[in-house]
Design a protein around this ligand. Structure first.
Ligand SMILES: [Zn+2]
Length: 232
């Protein structure tokens, strides 16, 4: 069994406060909790920074220091990919293997826009990556929600073209799970072929939930997946 942890939407800024909360202290609390746990890999699913500044990524790196496990990241709408790459080039990924599982990421970020879009090119890359993957089971991760959140969240800020993405995802039977952040909300959605799971923010939630949290996934050798949200 592989234990994968997902944190999301850390929104580290040039100063401690962002969106009215101390995002640095909040992330440090999460790091303290997870650094005491046994797991194989950590995924950060976008909006690592609030401002996109180089300083914020340096600060983020300092806060993440207690984590010894391999850490994989991709950007969200708040990130500046050039600055993110300067500090996290070793952690950016397209496809990694965790035992019998493959973890594939999709770039859904549009320049200067909060909502997401998967371009034709990104869809083709995804299709090829899925075809070429030798993993038995696959987890797909992106920043933007691909379904209506059925909450106070404004779905217009999610992925603009989920139907294009589902056209590719539905063709590949190895996919067991699609995960994302961006909505700052823990949620699970049913789909006939795979689980769809939203990860809460380490900074603050956009719902009534006042805690911060992260998701824990147990990826089994038979393709089964279990997950829980851990709250602090
Ligand atoms: Zn976002």
């Amino acid at each position: 069994m592989i234990k994968l942890l997902q944190i999301s939407d850390c929104h580290i800024d040039d100063q401690a406060l962002a969106m009215g909360v101390d995002t640095q202290t909040n992330l440090a609390k999460v790091v303290k909790k997870i650094s005491n746990q046994k797991f194989e890999a950590l995924l950060i699913s976008g909006d690592l920074s609030n401002s996109g500044s180089l300083y914020s990524y340096k600060r983020l790196k300092e806060i993440l220091l207690p984590i010894q496990q391999p850490t994989y990241v991709f950007g969200g709408n708040h990130d500046n990919i050039d600055q993110l790459t300067k500090e996290f080039s070793d952690n950016l990924f397209n496809h990694i293997t965790l035992g019998k599982w493959g973890l594939i990421t999709i770039d859904s970020v549009q320049l200067h826009k909060t909502s997401g879009l998967v371009t034709e090119e990104a869809l083709e890359t995804l299709n090829q990556t899925l075809k070429n993957s030798t993993a038995d089971y696959i987890m797909v991760a992106l920043h933007h929600p691909i379904v209506s959140m059925n909450s106070s969240w404004n779905d217009e800020l999610s992925l603009e073209n989920p139907q294009d993405l589902f056209r590719i995802l539905n063709k590949h039977s190895k996919i067991r799970c699609v995960i994302f952040g961006h909505a700052h909300e823990a949620a699970h959605f049913y789909h006939e072929k795979f689980d769809i799971i939203s990860c809460p923010s380490t900074a603050l939630q956009f719902t009534q939930e006042t805690r911060i949290g992260f998701n824990e996934y147990h990826l089994y050798n038979n393709g089964k997946i279990n997950w829980t949200t851990q709250w602090i």
